[in-house]
Write a protein that binds this ligand. Structure first.
Ligand code: DX5
Ligand code: ZN
Length: 227
């Protein structure tokens, strides 16, 4: 483990390596951390909870060796209770799971905290805010999906993003609110206006030829949305 999730209150960009060049991950990550990024978002998909397959613990282990950034591991998998500990052992700093996938969320959150990581709970676009209200006080982060999970490069869903508003009203600055899907310089100020403080972006960072410039333009745009 290397980093701790920054406390709520700062706007952070968490580039998703899903859109990075997987044959040159170390260099891809260095380009964004040199530009000031403190969180790297890692999308884990199992071909079952979502229709795509991506990254497992061995890859996280090697990423851990090439960066001090906070490794924010987003588990889009059917059985996170079983596999989350393997990602922690591999060097994850933060684990996010989908509320639909866990039968005993309180137990899972407590177990993960005991392992020394911070924890986030996710809302899919169709999942109501009410379904997580009990567990949010135990978490460090809520992840509001602004696309259906599974693929990078999809279009931002404004109605889903608006769930940040009641969450920020209810929990104040006790948790980070992360948004994931379709974030770019146009949508960044909108989500920050709704109360998000942690912005995942895949295509808008690694789909651009100049990564540092892409990081700066999303962050600059995001700050314009700050209330
Ligand atoms: C979607 C993933 C996202 C995705 C975001 O299933 O959870 O993290 O990579 O990608 P963009 O920013 O390209 O929408
Ligand atoms: Zn993600």
């Amino acid at each position: 483990m290397a980093g701790r999730l920054p406390k709520p209150g700062t706007i952070e960009l968490a580039p998703s390596i899903l859109s990075a060049d997987f044959a040159n991950l170390a260099s891809e990550i260095r380009q964004v951390t040199d530009a000031g990024v403190r969180i790297v978002h890692i999308d884990v998909m199992d071909g079952h909870f979502v229709p795509n397959l991506t990254i497992g613990p061995p890859v996280v282990k090697w990423i851990r060796r090439c960066t001090q950034a906070v490794l924010d591991v987003h588990l889009m998998i059917t059985d996170p209770q079983r596999y989350a500990p393997r990602f922690v052992e591999a060097g994850a700093d933060h684990i996010t799971f989908h509320i639909e996938t866990v039968r005993e969320p309180v137990r899972m959150i407590e177990d993960l905290r005991r392992m020394g990581v911070t924890v986030g709970v996710t809302l899919n676009p169709g999942t109501p805010v009410d379904s997580i209200l009990d567990v949010v006080p135990l978490c460090d982060m809520v992840l509001v999906m602004t696309v259906e999970p599974g693929f990078g490069g999809q279009e931002f869903m404004d109605a889903a993003a608006r769930k940040c508003i009641p969450l920020r009203e209810k929990f104040g600055n006790a948790v980070r609110i992360e948004v994931d899907g379709g974030i770019n310089p146009q949508t960044a100020p909108i989500v920050v206006g709704y109360g998000a403080d942690t912005l995942v972006a895949g295509q808008a960072v690694f789909g651009e030829p100049n990564r540092p410039e892409a990081v700066r333009s999303i962050l600059q745009a995001a700050l314009c949305g700050k209330r």
